[in-house]
Write a protein that binds this ligand. Structure first.
Ligand SMILES: Cc1cc2nc3c(=O)[nH]c(=O)nc-3n(C[C@H](O)[C@H](O)[C@H](O)COP(=O)(O)OP(=O)(O)OC[C@H]3O[C@@H](n4cnc5c(N)ncnc54)[C@H](O)[C@@H]3O)c2cc1C
Length: 455
């Protein structure tokens, strides 16, 4: 093992379930040596640690961060593709590609994720109904295998292992670099329509009829309001603005791209943190009132539309030292009743924080562990220290699984192995593909052990 390993305490973005591992940042050429003799607790790759739970942790084992630089990125204008190290972040990538007239094919709610993390979680964005998840845009990737060799994979060459790696949570190997499609854009602005909906029923029907006309769509739901306002929310639909959508001033530098961090949350927020039912209700009321009832044609920057939370550094500390969980599930469209039931359970519990997001997913892809499937996906943040949280999660799990839904591994910090077996019917197929290239179980993580992903 390399001398540069340090013993570090790691958590995911939710700050729950810390564990200690030997951690090193390693150049691609030195990885095989670090993976060799990994010991019984094995190795896992880590990107920027933006998965919420324990996916990029490995208690008692090794955690490897890949070294890689944005300076090596290659943009092929003809094929509209980018080739980048898996260590490069979408944040770094956007500063290079947006001024050249391209956008990432899929962006999560933060730009601080790596290309490797985006593929390993098969991330989805506000455009899932239109463009699918990140994996379908990947043309090829190189993967370091457990035996130290590197395999070139694509949807047509080594397809089974390619799709097992997409959404495979780092458990097939370490992605070294990838080539993926990028989206040509005329401007760095978005044109956004806002609709404020007074209750859940209206929100769902508004999303069901209008989403297909826009590339991006996402809504925020107030899960603290009761009675007639149950499930009220705001829906933002958007597209990349064309030059003709901009005024003269905006059009003078149509591809200008800048980001700004307004503030950062300090390291010490005493328990129980600043997010509680009172502050959340106050925030929801203010946020809802500031939005227009219906407005079209607002011009917003990429950071303002896609990554508003990134303007506050370390906002996860607002929940205090015990952190929070993000409960994300999807249920099929035909089971909107179960979505309604989950919303009822969360509203009754009064545990939801202000950040509740609802989205419609389009078709699934070929990856056995990819999370999205046609249906409604809801994302609810809840303080980890809240009384009654475990019981609520169990009740939600039952509703989600009975409806034929499932949970997102990149967000999970609470569920059990049985939920994954039920939610991911192709788990065994994924295990067979994985086992063929890693019979000795070199790749392991706290997540893989907690959820018995390897069987
Ligand atoms: C504010 C916020 C908003 C978010 N919004 C969304 C969203 O809208 N949609 C969505 O899908 N997700 C969203 N996420 C989750 C995030 O996109 C994923 O968890 C993503 O995988 C994090 O990337 P990372 O580089 O931080 O990876 P990590 O969190 O460090 O790792 C995640 C997984 O990827 C694996 N991995 C990382 N690098 C490699 C590599 N080189 N090779 C192989 N495996 C690797 C790890 O082993 C781990 O299993 C959000 C997260 C935050 C904090």
């Amino acid at each position: 093992m390399s001398r540069d390993f340090a013993s570090l305490r790691l958590t995911g973005w939710g700050l729950t379930a810390p564990s200690v591992a030997r951690v090193a940042t390693v150049a691609p050429e030195d990885l095989p040596e670090c993976v060799k003799d990994s010991g019984v607790r094995g190795v896992i790759a880590r990107g920027l640690g933006r998965s919420y739970g324990d996916a990029a942790q490995n208690s008692g084992g090794s955690v490897l961060r890949l070294a890689g630089s944005i300076s090596e990125v290659v943009i092929d204008r003809e094929s509209s593709t980018v080739t980048a190290s898996a260590a490069v972040s979408l944040d770094e990538l956007l500063t290079v590609i947006v001024p050249q007239g391209f956008f990432v094919p899929v962006s999560p709610g933060t730009r601080f994720v790596t290309v490797g993390g985006a593929i390993a979680s098969d991330i989805h964005g506000k455009n899932h109904h239109a463009d699918g998840s990140f994996g379908v845009h990947v043309r090829r990737l190189s993967l370091l295998l457990a035996d130290g060799t590197v395999r070139e994979l694509s949807p047509t060459s080594g397809a089974d292992l390619f799709w097992a790696t997409v959404g495979g949570m780092g458990l097939t190997g370490i992605i070294l670099d990838a080539t993926f499609a990028v989206l040509p854009i005329e401007t760095s602005s978005c044109i956004v329509s806002t609709v404020r909906c007074p209750n859940l029923e209206e929100l769902l029907s508004e999303m069901s009829v209008g989403d297909e006309e826009h590339r991006y769509s996402v809504s925020w739901v107030d899960l603290l309001a009761r009675g007639r306002s149950f499930g009220r929310g705001v829906l933002w639909r958007g597209d990349h603005a064309r030059l003709s959508d901009l005024n003269a001033k905006q059009a003078s530098a149509p591809l200008r791209y800048t980001t700004r961090r307004v503030t950062s949350v300090p390291p010490i927020i005493p328990p129980p943190g600043l997010v509680n039912p009172f502050s959340s209700r106050f925030f929801n009321e203010i946020w809802l009132r500031k939005e227009p009832r219906r407005k079209d044609g607002q011009i917003k920057s990429i950071p303002a539309y896609f990554h508003p939370l990134d303007s506050i550094g370390s906002w996860n500390r607002l929940y205090g030292p015990r952190g929070f969980i993000q409960y994300q599930f999807v249920v099929p469209f035909e089971r909107a009743d179960s979505l309604q039931r989950c919303v009822e359970l969360v509203v009754e519990s009064r545990l939801a924080s202000p950040l509740v997001v609802l989205k419609r997913f389009g078709p699934s892809n070929e990856a056995p562990l990819s999370f999205p499937m046609p249906g409604w996906t809801l994302t609810v943040d809840m303080p980890a220290a809240a009384a009654g949280l475990s019981a609520l999660c169990r009740r939600l799990d039952d509703v989600v699984l009975e409806a034929g839904g499932r949970h997102y591994l990149a967000k999970d910090a609470h569920t059990r192995a049985e939920s994954i077996v039920r939610g991911y019917p192709r788990l065994d197929e994924w295990r067979r593909t994985r086992d063929a290239v890693d019979p000795g179980r070199v790749w392991q993580s706290d997540l893989s052990r907690r959820l018995a992903l390897l069987g």
